[in-house]
Design a protein around this ligand. Structure first.
Ligand SMILES: *Cc1c(COP(=O)(O)O)cnc(C)c1O
Length: 366
């Protein structure tokens, strides 16, 4: 099982062998054993964010984008207006989704190295009473920047609007406390900080918001209200569930609890990031973001100015040594990314740094 490469990406990620092993059995989707597994999944997802009693968990087949699209299609009605806060590609994607759905959408943009600012959001909400919903990306995976969730959530709640949070690359590792921070819907997926395998997204939603959204969604498969009422009716999925993905995610959620929950996982990722950044700095690389706004999820490095380094050659040389890095997604600077998440610890990053050092020598003498 150790012939897999080390995935230094924002997902899919390196997973624990126990998580992959949980996929070895078959499940009948309408069998009581799988209905119980689905109930455990929904309860554990809520518990990760302290949403028991205030939110309901609604899983949906598909990748992370599918759950973002389902949430916008269901929760933002035809008469509503969405304000998207943007400092990277995943904010832009939410605008595209809203436009495809024909929903009214407004944007507020910041540079990719700047966190979104609560005061500007408050101004726009004051000026435009037609805005009903605000969408925020918690950790913008484009760069790895952390946006100030508590401040934005407070401003949106103060203005009486609903907040949709894309927590795809933060859920399970960075703190989200639904008992303390007002969020209407949290959206995330199986294959990032939860360290499950890909194939499932989920929303943690206030039930009143779902109730109000009945009939909003123009799509059958993406209708989160219908998906929710299906689970509430008989505990079953409306359409074929990805049974092995569910089994792997429940196993991964048990492992998250055993590790000590999101706080402990966040500390492991921070240790990964610190190890990576100290080593890369020593090798002459620069971090794109200021450390003050950097989340310990994924690091964006600038291509060194003094030493021309082609991404493809660098990627291939590291891949040959068993490490898969990720291309940059910046609109302005030449860059590449290294993820700090997944079933990895500082020893993996120490080995990676040795491989980077060897690669630099090999490429320079080539
Ligand atoms: C990964 C990611 C997504 C999209 O997830 P896919 O599984 O690639 O569809 C959305 N938002 C953020 C912040 C992400 O990191």
């Amino acid at each position: 099982m150790n012939d897999s490469p080390v995935l230094l990406t924002p997902g899919p990620l390196t997973t624990a062998v126990e998580t992959r092993r949980a996929m070895l059995r078959d499940w009948g989707s309408r069998d009581p054993a799988f209905i119980a597994l689905t109930a455990e999944l929904r309860a554990r997802l809520l518990a990760v964010a302290g949403g028991e009693g205030t939110h309901v968990a609604v899983p949906l087949q598909g990748s992370g984008t599918f759950i973002v699209e389902a949430a916008i299609a269901t929760l933002v009605g035809p008469a509503d207006k969405l304000l998207v806060l943007i400092n990277g590609a995943y904010g832009e994607r939410m605008v595209t989704i809203a436009q495809r759905l024909g929903r009214a959408v407004e944007t507020l943009r910041w540079a990719e190295n700047r966190p979104v600012e609560a005061a500007a959001v408050a101004d726009v909400l004051r000026a435009d009473p037609a805005i009903t919903h605000v969408a925020l990306v918690h950790c913008e995976t484009t760069t790895g920047i952390l946006n100030p969730l508590p401040e934005i959530a407070a401003v949106v709640a103060e203005a009486g609007r609903a907040l949709l949070l894309d927590a795809m690359s933060s859920f399970g590792a960075l703190p989200i406390d639904l008992a303390a921070v007002p969020v209407t819907a949290v959206l995330a997926s199986s294959n990032k900080c939860l360290e499950g395998v890909p194939g499932l997204g989920f929303a943690l939603v206030q039930p009143a918001a779902l109730e109000r959204a009945a009939g909003n969604c123009p799509s059958l498969s993406f209708d989160l209200h219908a998906q929710w009422t299906g689970f509430e009716k008989d505990g079953q999925w409306r359409f074929t569930p990805p049974v092995q993905v569910v089994a792997a995610l429940v196993e991964a959620l048990r492992a998250l609890e055993d590790e000590g929950g999101p706080a402990a996982r966040g500390r492991r990722y921070q240790d990964n990031f610190d190890t990576l950044w100290a080593g890369m700095r020593r090798l002459g690389f620069e971090l794109f973001l200021d450390e003050a706004v950097q989340a310990p999820i994924i690091a964006t490095f600038r291509m060194p100015k003094d030493r021309p380094l082609a991404f493809r050659a660098f990627y291939d040389a590291l891949a040959a040594r068993g490490f898969l890095i990720y291309p940059g997604k910046l609109t302005q600077a030449e860059s590449f990314r290294i993820g700090c998440i997944g079933a990895l610890d500082r020893r993996d990053f120490e080995r990676l740094l040795e491989a980077v050092e060897e690669t630099l020598v090999a490429l320079e003498t080539a």
